[in-house]
Design a protein around this ligand. Structure first.
Ligand SMILES: Nc1ncnc2c1ncn2[C@@H]1O[C@H](COP(=O)(O)OP(=O)(O)OP(=O)(O)O)[C@@H](O)[C@H]1O
Ligand SMILES: [Mg+2]
Length: 333
């Protein structure tokens, strides 16, 4: 593993994934880093740092350096990336790899620059940027260089983006700063407001995955959860049902529908016709929300399907672009 010279990085709001040439995916870790408040020394990154959340003394800060797909804490992002690069490359890290990094289509020039600089400062020798919907399309084996329109909808922890790719580039796109993390916050608030119940992040995610649905279920499902009663401070358990969770999720579903509609509105008509023929592909881990493809198919009137490897097609596509740089030259910058 030590002599990998080419990498691809998907620096997401929730997860950071690294791909290495001839190896494939080398690392998937939460985008979290534990830093000594004074001096800024990195103590841990990824799941190790995430486990420390809420359990550390004052002199250790747990930081999520990426928000809405953008770098919000530059030093912490560099520290986290350096940690991960050392983990996957060993001493070869010192030689400085060439890296393809994915960026959400809605990032400003300044935000893109911050991603590029952070990866360079973490030890890369050369950095290329690729729009994440383009990378997803490559990863989903869509022939992106053909002059036909294909639509990719990427839903992650911090963004919902829809993009039409054709002739090797993004022709139209819209990006909302929303996604799985904001949904988790809404669920957490709901449990506090309705049941005076405080729960941990893992419970919230479990509720979303087990009971979350984009279309109301014919047969209501239930799930028992436990947390702390906010009034009495004591442990408390209760049963939630899929109908109430659906109502909490509904505003985010409206956002996904809107982002797709707005993208289609700014897409040239010939390409819209292609999309009607070929359908829309969903990628990103948050797009695994139950029945999301069904909802979008109904609302948009075009067949929508979840990519087989929805969680990994962005990083795989970025890796393919890194490995075949000449082929994808005009799709990267
Ligand atoms: N089965 C599932 N159903 C619904 N949501 C899910 C499921 N599995 C994972 N998620 C959510 O997906 C989100 C993470 O998605 P992903 O890893 O694609 O994001 P990211 O790439 O880190 O972020 P972004 O691209 O938005 O910057 C989390 O909010 C997680 O809770
Ligand atoms: Mg992502």
């Amino acid at each position: 593993m030590s002599w990998i010279r080419k990498l691809a990085i998907d620096l997401g709001t929730s997860n950071c994934t690294i791909w290495g040439e001839n190896e494939g995916i080398l690392l998937t870790e939460p985008s979290v880093v534990a830093i000594e408040a004074e001096g800024g020394k990195v103590l841990a990154a990824g799941s190790e740092a995430k486990k420390m959340e809420g359990k550390t003394p004052d002199y250790i800060e747990i930081i999520k350096p990426i928000e809405f797909g953008a770098v919000v804490n530059y030093e912490a992002a560099v520290g986290m990336l350096r940690w991960f690069l050392r983990e996957v490359m060993g001493s070869a890290w010192l030689l400085g790899p060439e890296v393809m990094v994915t960026v959400a289509s809605g990032l400003t020039q300044v935000e893109q620059r911050a991603v590029l600089d952070a990866v360079l400062e973490a030890g890369a020798r050369k950095v290329y940027l690729i729009d994440s919907p383009l990378a997803a399309a490559i990863g989903a084996k869509i022939p992106i260089s053909e002059p036909f329109g294909n639509m990719v909808v990427n839903m992650g922890g911090g963004i919902i983006e829809a993009a039409v790719v054709a002739s090797g580039g993004v022709v139209a796109s819209k990006c909302f700063r929303s996604g799985g993390s904001r949904l988790d916050e809404s669920l957490e608030e709901y449990l506090k407001r309705k049941y005076s119940l405080a729960v941990g992040d893992q419970t919230v995610e479990l509720v979303k995955i087990k009971l979350g649905t984009a279309v109301k279920l014919k047969k209501t499902e239930t799930l028992s959860i436990s947390g702390r009663d906010l009034v009495y401070g004591l442990p408390k358990s209760l049963e939630l049902n899929s109908d109430e969770i659906f109502e909490v999720i509904r505003p985010m579903l409206d956002e996904v529908i809107l982002v797709v509609r707005e993208t289609l509105q700014v897409t040239p008509p010939e390409l819209v016709a292609d999309i009607a023929d070929r359908g829309i592909v969903l990628v990103g881990a948050a797009s695994k929300l139950r029945n999301l493809a069904l909802l979008l198919t109904r609302e948009i009137g075009v067949s929508v399907h979840l990519s087989i490897d929805s969680e990994t097609c962005v990083i795989k596509g970025a890796g393919m672009a890194m490995e075949n740089l000449e082929t994808y030259r005009k799709s990267v910058r």
